[in-house]
Ligand binder design. Structure first.
Ligand code: MN
Length: 250
């Protein structure tokens, strides 16, 4: 049986290790994303962002895939949602952000399902007109810890899942224990989405599209929990791959 191809946009970082002298850009992806897509039944393929961005290449790549996964990573340049940099904004690489944002828009135009994880969910929101908290602890009052010190395999806060959402059907639970590795979060939601999970402090933890392509964004890291043996989180990837498959057979 042919397995769906899941396109993943690679992450880029400037690395400055002693043996590199002046440092260099490196494209990479945490192995957990690859393993999770594989465990969900898909074939992961990575697209490397480049500084001289070629839109047609990204379009050609996405046309070959059955769905798009936008992975976690560093902060997104606030320029893309019309803000100046806050004191506590972390590392970002705007040319890479541009490729990730365009990937979401092109995939939507091509009718490809999208799964956004952590930063990937934030990228999705920005791509369709939303904004972010640049730094939760200093910009939102009364927030719980969202940058956990515990290992990625640990769930550290719960999220309340909204009724009649894809997530509710997927997990069949109203409350899920998740890990949390973010200091940014969705502020203004883009028109394309509805909120389908929230933390107890009101922070947006999941969004789903209400028009255009099928899209799901989760603020936690289901791939790391899948690594740790959480069957409910592996199922999320399985369902996503199934949706990609059905969508391609239409
Ligand atoms: Mn969180």
């Amino acid at each position: 049986m042919k397995r769906p191809i899941i396109g993943i946009i690679g992450d880029v970082r400037f690395v400055n290790e002693p043996e590199l002298q002046n440092g260099q850009y490196r494209t990479y992806l945490n192995q957990s994303y690859i393993e999770a897509v594989k465990k969900g039944g898909g074939i992961p393929v990575i697209f490397p962002p480049t500084e001289e961005y070629i839109e047609s290449a990204l379009e050609q790549f996405l046309a070959m895939t059955d769905g798009l996964l936008l992975p976690g990573g560093d902060d997104v340049a606030p320029y893309f949602y019309g803000e100046e940099s806050h004191q506590n904004i972390g590392y970002f690489l705007s040319w890479m952000d541009k490729v990730h944002i365009e990937a979401a828009r092109i995939a939507d135009r091509l009718g490809k399902p999208i799964l956004g994880i952590c930063r990937g969910m934030q990228v999705m929101n920005i791509a369709f007109g939303g904004t972010l908290y640049q730094d939760l602890p200093s910009q939102k009052e009364g927030v719980i810890q969202h940058s956990q010190k515990a290992p990625r395999s640990e769930g550290t806060h719960v999220v309340a899942v909204m009724p009649d959402s894809f997530l509710e059907k997927c997990f069949q639970e109203g409350s899920i224990l998740v890990n949390s590795h973010h200091h940014q979060a969705v502020k203004d939601l883009a028109d394309q989405f509805k909120i389908t999970a929230k933390a107890s402090d009101g922070v947006v933890e999941a969004i789903e599209s209400t028009m255009g392509s099928w899209m799901l964004g989760v603020q936690w890291h289901p791939e790391a929990l899948t690594d740790a043996g959480r069957e409910d989180q592996r199922k999320l990837f399985e369902k996503f791959v199934e949706i990609c498959e059905k969508n391609s057979c239409k």
